[in-house]
Design a protein around this ligand. Sequence first.
Ligand SMILES: [Zn+2]
Length: 478
Amino acid sequence: MRPSCLIAVVVTLSAPALAAPKPAPVPAQKKQVVASIERQRPELVRLADEIWGYAETALRETRSAKLLADHAEQHGFTVERGVAGMPTAFVATYGQGSPVIGILGEYDALPGLSQKAQPTREAVVADAPGHGCGHNLFGAASLGAAIAVKEQIAAGTLKGTVKFFGTPAEEAVGGKIYMVRDGVFAGVDAVLVWHPSVETRADRVGGQALVDFDVTFRGRSSHAAYDPWNGRSALDGAELFTHAVNLMREHVKPSVRLHYVFAEGGNVPNVVPDRAKVWMWARDFTRDGVEDALERLRRAADGVALAAGVEAEFRIQSGDWEILINDPGSRLLDRNLRWLGEPVYTAEEQAWARELQKSAGVPEKGIDASVGALEGQVNEGGSTDVGDVSWVVPTLHVSVATAPAGIPWHAWTSVAASGHSIGHKGMERAAKVMAATAVDLMTDPKALAAVRADFAKNTEGIVYKPWIPDGPPPVPQP
Ligand SMILES: [Zn+2]
């Protein structure tokens, strides 16, 4: 026993000399914003659950957007509605002068995913939309963080401006791209954004750039048995095109993703189809990779049209840039995640999580709320219009667990979790980490300067050009 005791004494005595410098004290405002989120919790749960129930899809999020915009207004924000030509896009502003810190919120649902907040498959309304990406939590948490910051500005303990951006149609169209194009983010020093997930980490990988396009083939119809020689099948063009796509897979980098559906393919077998359409997305980790694939796909469309004796029209509908990661920003988020600690889940919540995992056929591990490492993150698939924002404003991105580990995403399982207390706990944690990081950016000029310098270095010489057609966003008629 004795030697080890001696060692312990030696270590203890020498510890102060060897230890890293003491961490900076936590600013009082940080504790205040966390307390604010805890106070706001019942309200945020109500907002998230209401939006979960509305489950409105891209550019139809009328009630969801109104709920959040009204809530911001009730909390003293000045709200500008219908920005960038989208009735469901809005900006809520409080305070004045610099710094200007933005927080992004989303609230659109996905078609066909309706599901009750229970661990077995059962729709609320068959084939209706559902919140399979947790955007009900996304919007509520982000607004809660903005309100917490606003309270500190109102109390005179923080200086500057906070802006909540209500950004519609992330799942289709990409509302933020139109907002970026129309200069809605001008004058913002940095934005904070989170995303619901099955894991928690300050993100250091930027997802994928994506281009959404379609190829319409036009041929000539005729009787498929009586005079087929008079026809030219548009469907032949579409089939040859997808064959070319599938051959191309062998000759692209492993990071490239190509996926399509036949959007139109004729009406009945005895009429040679004069019109067919392939709707397709191409992705890669960088937009340069996507541009390369796109150029080859354009040539393939022309080539197969020639072979089938039809015409091909290639049309880009939309696209996302990959997220530009802000290194000092992710370090701030990581530090705050670790300072906040993990939410505590009840035995019932863990049991619910395992039951959901069982239903989904994935390992029954429960919820993993641990904070993932900054280093060694793997860039998995997925794209977001946050990417476009990140090339015009420094963007700090964090993922927070709102669902049991490993469950399928964009599926009934993630809808269930997004309407459950497990989702609410993730929402609360996300609001806290964003508000705490906003405090860092508003109280520590060096932290904000580092975030801005990293952004300036990585965007030098890059001209942002959105992958959307000219003209207004495709807002559906009510
Ligand atoms: Zn999402």
